[in-house]
Design a protein around this ligand. Structure first.
Ligand code: HAX
Length: 439
């Protein structure tokens, strides 16, 4: 067993004991009731999942194993000379519930690097797709194409005991994460750079190597990638991509099947695709107004036009958050440090001043504040990555770290098949009328 896997197994035993104690001794503890509005409203606020790698507070934002984003930017190890955390480090934290040292994070780097070779058939499959295939579709298909190599699926077929399945999940997850930057970079270079691919380097960290293979070797862009791939990893368990991974994995589908399904959810415009929509919308704003830096009044008019057309303002609002997303703030900090005069960054700042007031006027938007997607594209455009259709793939590479760390834990704990109860409209009508006319 590798050193990393062995360390995980020792550390996770405590988590399993806690889980088993809750299940055995506290299953009857009441967590409160929910109502018809929640059943009809996408299960908002219902507690229905155990999910340990991160937790989301509506007022404060995300915490990963108890640490906020500002705390992690300070405490997580960085590459020598670096200023932003290594994504490897937040993966270690989420999986192990323990802050890693630089050596720990480097062990993760080495683990992923040693598994980063992508089988040729994946590239052949990608090369066969029409050039206008959305990068997220390519990404999801590439993940699926690797399923033929799943150790988990093979072990299950060979009769592995349920108690040992986590070991094969661990192996698949390390391999999958190790390969994702290479696959994502391949999709980028194939789609936008005439298939002029760039080979990985052996001396770079996971995010630095990704930036290199994408074709962005500036030190600043590597810093941005480390920050970007750290803050997008996880957003507790109920969001579409995390929940999908959990749900599909609960059928004992392997990591490839589960993660590919999650990416199909991330590709929706109300979830991860919002990051491409924000920049598409800002570029359209510049075109409609006819200048690269519109005034606040012109921006306000454009927002109202968007709402009048029955569309959403991308990058604003959230199903859980009720304040500015700390992931937005972290990116804004980065922008103020490295590109305060960038015009798109200035538009993002003006939107921050104008959008919340207008969304509040609608009287229905519960959270008028920006989410993570409101800022990410501006940073990428600054470094020349203007191909916004690709942005959600970057999100997906990062999201793999949270949802797949959780998937290892799911199998380690032996979480059961997910199977919530559904009810019919007739059932709810009957309930509603019995409340109005009690017998
Ligand atoms: N622009 C216009 N209307 C909005 C809005 C926005 N940014 N945010 C919410 N609303 C509307 C909703 O569409 C809903 O309208 P109807 O009653 O007519 O259906 C109403 O306000 C109430 O919605 P809510 O309760 O405030 O928000 P939801 O939990 O239903 O939805 C969303 C949360 C994130 C989907 C929503 O805010 C939205 O569509 N935002 C724009 C898209 C976006 O930025 N998505 C990314 C979210 C973060 C993320 O997952 N990143 O990956």
């Amino acid at each position: 067993m590798s050193e990393f896997k062995e360390r995980f197994a020792q550390r996770a035993e405590k988590m399993r004991n806690e889980y088993q104690d809750l299940k055995k001794n506290h299953s009857e503890v009441d967590l409160g009731n929910y109502n018809i509005g929640q059943v009809l409203g996408g299960m908002r606020g219902m507690i229905g999942l155990l999910y340990d790698t991160s937790a989301l507070d509506p007022e404060e934002g995300i915490r990963f194993r108890g640490y906020s984003i500002p705390e992690l930017r300070e405490k997580l190890p960085k590459v020598p000379g670096g200023t932003e955390p290594m994504p490897e480090a937040i993966f270690y934290l989420m999986l192990m519930d323990e802050l890693p040292s630089y050596e720990d994070a480097d062990m993760v780097t080495r683990t992923w690097r040693s598994r980063s070779d992508v089988p040729n058939h994946v590239f052949t499959m990608l090369d066969g797709l029409p050039m206008n295939t959305h990068p997220m579709t390519q990404f999801s298909m590439a993940v699926m194409a690797m399923q033929s190599e799943s150790m988990f699926a093979r072990a299950y077929q060979d009769g592995a005991s349920k108690a040992n399945l986590w070991e094969y999940m661990f192996e698949d997850v390390m391999t999958l994460i190790g390969r994702l930057p290479r696959i994502a970079a391949y999709i980028y270079r194939r789609t936008y750079k005439n298939g002029d691919h760039i080979a990985p380097l052996d001396n770079l960290d996971w995010a630095g190597n990704f930036a290199h293979m994408l074709g962005y070797d500036q030190d600043e862009f590597k810093k941005l990638m480390r920050l970007y791939l750290t803050i997008h990893v996880d957003h507790e368990g109920g969001n579409v991509s995390a929940h999908t991974t959990r749900l599909v994995g609960s059928a004992l589908s392997d990591a490839y099947l589960s993660f590919s399904a999650a990416m199909n959810g991330l590709a929706g415009p109300l979830h991860g695709l919002a990051n491409q929509e924000v920049i598409r919308w800002i570029f359209d704003l510049q075109k409609v107004i006819g200048k690269s830096l519109p005034t606040k009044e012109e921006i306000e008019k454009y927002i109202r036009k968007t709402l009048d057309e029955g569309r959403v303002v991308p990058g604003y609002g959230h199903a859980v958050l009720r304040k500015t997303d700390p992931r937005f703030t972290a990116q804004h900090d980065f922008a103020m440090k490295y590109m305060p005069n960038d015009e798109i960054v200035q538009i993002v700042s003006m939107l921050y001043d104008v959008v919340p007031g207008i969304l509040n006027e609608t009287g229905k938007v519960k959270n008028p504040w920006p989410n993570v997607d409101a800022h990410s594209g501006a940073l990428l455009v600054h470094y020349g990555m203007v191909e916004y259709d690709f942005y959600t793939v970057l999100f997906g590479v990062s999201r793999s770290l949270g949802v797949l760390a959780s998937l290892i834990l799911d199998r380690y704990l032996g979480l059961p098949l997910e199977r919530p109860k559904s009810v019919t409209t007739k059932f709810l009508l009957k309930k509603a009328s019995s409340m109005q006319n009690p017998a």
